[in-house]
Ligand binder design. Structure first.
Ligand SMILES: Nc1nc2c(ncn2[C@@H]2O[C@H](COP(=O)(O)OP(=O)(O)O)[C@@H](O)[C@H]2O)c(=O)[nH]1
Ligand SMILES: [Mg+2]
Length: 305
């Protein structure tokens, strides 16, 4: 099964709002008019496109007035183009030339950090990369236990402390140190959930970044913010604030399967201007997809056969 089919299968809730919604609006061969466009705007809001919905519908109205678009197919095609243009990104390939590639994972509590790390471990292992994870979420030993289970299942090494409250920066440093001495390709560092308002915890992330940079030049090469897609529009302001406190290089959008609010991804991209690296489409370890804008838009907008 290809990427598009996998996404279509997992993103049913957003698609049933958007794609089925468009079919419903046009049912009975309705023609485009002001009330139809109002309904379309409401539909886009419901799928959590948020403030982006209004200019999109204004553009559709303009094209209709000029006679450029007429029926449902035209609306779908134009929507596809507009939505795609909002996702434009050309993220660089991961650079494995200077190993270890160090990836720091950050985000609020419960957003899906540890689960997504497990998925990344699996993905890198499948690509023949050797992986080590660092449990720098040291608030609760249970957090390290959770990571350890995933590390074992995916064949990754782990660096952790067995007591609560160890220094996260020390764990992160030891992880990178072990990655170098064991010749690992990738080191992924898990961190405790935090809010941008917790100044000391945000400073701790900067400390982690500094400390690992002392062991490996340019590390962490990537700092990825995990965003919970079920928060919809609320995720946008949260992410914006987070990225103003710590340098983030990419986004991981978790839980796209569990939500009808997948349209928020457009606003998130627009607000942050950061590449979306991967999207999580379920709880199990294989349910992570590389983010491909065309497949994403087709999966939520495409007609259901
Ligand atoms: N449906 C779904 N659930 C997810 C996904 N990613 C994470 N979760 C769930 O979200 C919850 C919190 O995940 P966790 O990784 O512990 O979050 P953390 O606190 O950021 O480390 C868990 O119940 C996960 O199973 C996803 O892509 N889809
Ligand atoms: Mg966690």
């Amino acid at each position: 099964m290809g990427l598009l089919d996998r996404l279509r299968q997992r993103l049913t809730r957003t698609r049933s709002i958007l794609s089925d919604g468009i079919s419903a609006i046009f049912r009975g061969g309705r023609k485009i008019d002001a009330s139809l466009l109002d309904e379309l705007e409401e539909l886009l809001y419901t799928s959590d496109l948020g403030p982006a919905a209004t200019p999109i519908v204004a553009e559709l109205a303009r094209l209709h007035k000029r006679g450029d678009i007429n029926g449902e197919e035209d609306v779908r095609d134009t929507l596809r183009e507009i939505l795609l243009s909002k996702l434009d990104q050309t993220p660089s390939e991961f650079d494995f030339s200077s190993t270890p590639m160090v990836i720091l994972i950050v985000g609020v509590n419960g957003s899906g950090k540890t689960t997504t790390i497990a998925k990344l471990c699996q993905r890198f292992a499948d690509q023949g990369k050797s992986v080590i994870v660092g449990a720098a979420d040291t608030f609760r030993a249970a957090a390290a236990d959770q990571l350890e289970v995933w590390a074992e299942r995916t064949g990754a090494d782990i660096v952790r402390s067995h007591k609560d409250g160890a220094d996260p920066a020390a764990i992160a440093f030891d992880t990178v140190e072990a990655a170098v001495s064991r010749g690992k390709d990738v080191a992924i560092i898990d961190t405790a959930g935090r809010l941008h308002t917790q100044k000391n915890l945000m400073a701790e992330l900067e400390k982690i970044r500094r400390v690992v940079g002392r062991r490996v030049a340019n590390a962490p090469q990537e700092t990825w913010l995990v965003i919970d897609a079920t928060n919809g529009q609320n995720a946008i302001s949260q992410a914006r604030e987070f990225t103003s406190s710590v340098e983030v290089t990419g986004l991981l959008i978790a839980k796209l399967d569990g939500t009808a609010r997948g349209g928020a991804l457009f606003g998130i991209k627009e607000a942050l201007g950061l590449p979306v690296r991967f999207v999580g489409t379920g709880e199990s370890v294989e349910l992570l997809e590389e983010f491909e804008p065309g497949a994403f838009v087709d999966a939520i907008l495409g007609r259901i056969e």
